[in-house]
Design a protein around this ligand. Structure first.
Ligand SMILES: CC(=O)SCCNC(=O)CCNC(=O)[C@H](O)C(C)(C)COP(=O)(O)OP(=O)(O)OC[C@H]1O[C@@H](n2cnc3c(N)ncnc32)[C@H](O)[C@@H]1OP(=O)(O)O
Length: 409
């Protein structure tokens, strides 16, 4: 079988995207969603694999800037729309696309590649580590009470049509990005993503709604959500489905959560993707009635290892030699001295003896500060060669807030 792997040509987008839809089960995306992804596709950064004139492989790489510990926004490739035709599976087409893509990303000078996986088992072999988790919950608001901090009553709430409120929500979102590793600075066009709301995908729920939290006329928080009314023998038992929220201070945050949890005729708030350290967990009277669950979120790959390690800061002073194994991107393999602190870091090749040995996948998992090197060592995935190095590096790599990716891509 000979196939042709090449950059996507704009005129090829339809069959290319159709291949992606087929690989994901064949149901066409809603036109609203299709149009958004078409507008956001960066053809010159996307790959198509063709068998004759049939598209059999797809992969894209959005131009992102990712928030990392310390608040820098690092140029990052957002790997997306990966698929191989079921007629051509398990013949190495994904591997060939990952090869081309990571070579490209390195050549573009982007230190990181990130993705969210349809199945977490796919990408470890290409050097991606699971760096963030997302919290899912269903809060039983008939039973759970919320205690709110002082100042919450000073926050005014106002319903607004989501389209009209979008600019104000985006302004709040943008201010949150540097403070939470894993968040993405949104480029023009991406503000449409939280507003996607095809009627066919509401599953009995309302259209998207928006509440704004304001203090002295300034928007300090928001939530995008829908409601699903339902009635049982004992009366109302509707559900609030939270899509997206953000707030600039604890009182604004609590005001939004009190609104979500206090809606009349609603018995539950469903939360699909929040940070694992989301503060509402400390406001509720009964955390057991919140049905907390966690799943993998952002998978991170260090493409240019020294540039990536120098782009973030470290929570405590650290001076370690890392012996890194990177089979898929061998330019990262070798010994690297990392010296860093809360202000910055340097990372360069060294012949000195290793303090810690690990693969680039573990480094990707630990990079945003949400997965501890000590925990990875407990699984036998990080080896300590100098006593004390593991504790030192674990502390330094940690983040005060859990890294989190608010939305898929
Ligand atoms: C970021 C995103 O876009 S996530 C979306 C990923 N896409 C999908 O899930 C759509 C449906 N699935 C597919 O399109 C394909 O099955 C793909 C893309 C996952 C794999 O494509 P293929 O061309 O079959 O993969 P390829 O032949 O290169 O396999 C490489 C290796 O990965 C392994 N692999 C491939 N798919 C999977 C999987 N789903 N789970 C576990 N391992 C896998 C193969 O067994 C192979 O292992 P080996 O090197 O030890 O032999």
């Amino acid at each position: 079988m000979t196939t042709d792997l090449r950059a996507l040509r704009p005129a090829e987008w339809e069959p290319w995207f159709r291949q992606l839809e087929l690989a994901f089960g064949g149901v066409p995306e809603h036109p609203q969603e299709r149009e958004l992804w078409k507008a956001l596709t960066e053809c010159e950064r996307s790959i198509g694999v063709w068998d004759g004139d049939v598209c059999v492989g797809t992969a894209g790489a959005f131009t992102f800037r990712l928030s990392v510990p310390g608040g820098a926004l690092v140029p990052t490739a957002g790997v997306t729309m990966v698929s191989v035709a079921s007629t051509h599976r398990r013949r190495g087409i994904l591997t060939s696309m990952m090869r081309r893509q990571l070579d490209d990303v390195f050549a573009w000078g982007e230190p990181l590649a990130v993705l969210t996986a349809s199945e977490p088992a796919i990408y470890g072999r290409f050097g991606y580590g699971i760096a963030t988790r997302q919290l899912r919950a269903e809060i039983d608001t008939d039973r759970v009470r919320l205690s709110v901090p002082e100042g919450t009553d000073d926050v005014a709430l106002r319903l607004a049509p989501p389209e009209e409120a979008s600019a104000a929500c985006e302004a709040v979102y943008a201010r949150l990005v540097p403070g939470r590793p894993g968040m993405l600075a949104r480029r023009p066009g991406w503000e449409r993503l939280p507003l996607l709301d095809p009627p066919e995908e509401r599953a009995g729920g309302s259209a998207l709604q928006c509440v704004l939290a304001e203090r002295d006329g300034e928007v300090v928080g928001f939530a995008l959500y829908s409601t699903k009314p339902e009635w049982g023998p004992a009366g109302p038992k509707g559900t609030v489905r939270l899509r997206h929220m953000g707030a600039l201070d604890p009182a604004a945050y609590a005001a939004v959560w009190r609104f979500l949890c206090g809606m009349d005729l609603m018995s539950a708030v469903q939360v699909g993707n929040r940070p694992v350290d989301d503060p509402w967990q400390h406001l509720v009277s009964d955390v057991r009635r919140c049905d907390l669950r966690e799943v993998d979120g952002l998978h991170v790959r260090l493409v240019d290892l020294p540039a990536a390690l120098e782009a973030r800061t470290y929570r405590a002073p650290v001076d370690v030699v890392l012996e890194v194994d990177d089979v898929f991107c061998p330019w990262n393999t070798g010994r690297w001295r990392l010296s860093g602190d809360p202000k910055g870091a340097t990372c360069s090749r060294t012949d000195d003896a290793a303090d810690l040995a690990l693969s680039v996948r573990e480094l990707g998992a630990a990079y945003l500060g949400g997965v501890s090197l000590a925990s990875l060592a407990g699984a036998g995935l990080v080896r300590e060669a100098r006593q004390g190095a593991l504790a030192e590096a674990s502390l330094a790599f940690g983040s005060a807030v859990a890294p989190w990716l608010p939305h898929g891509f």
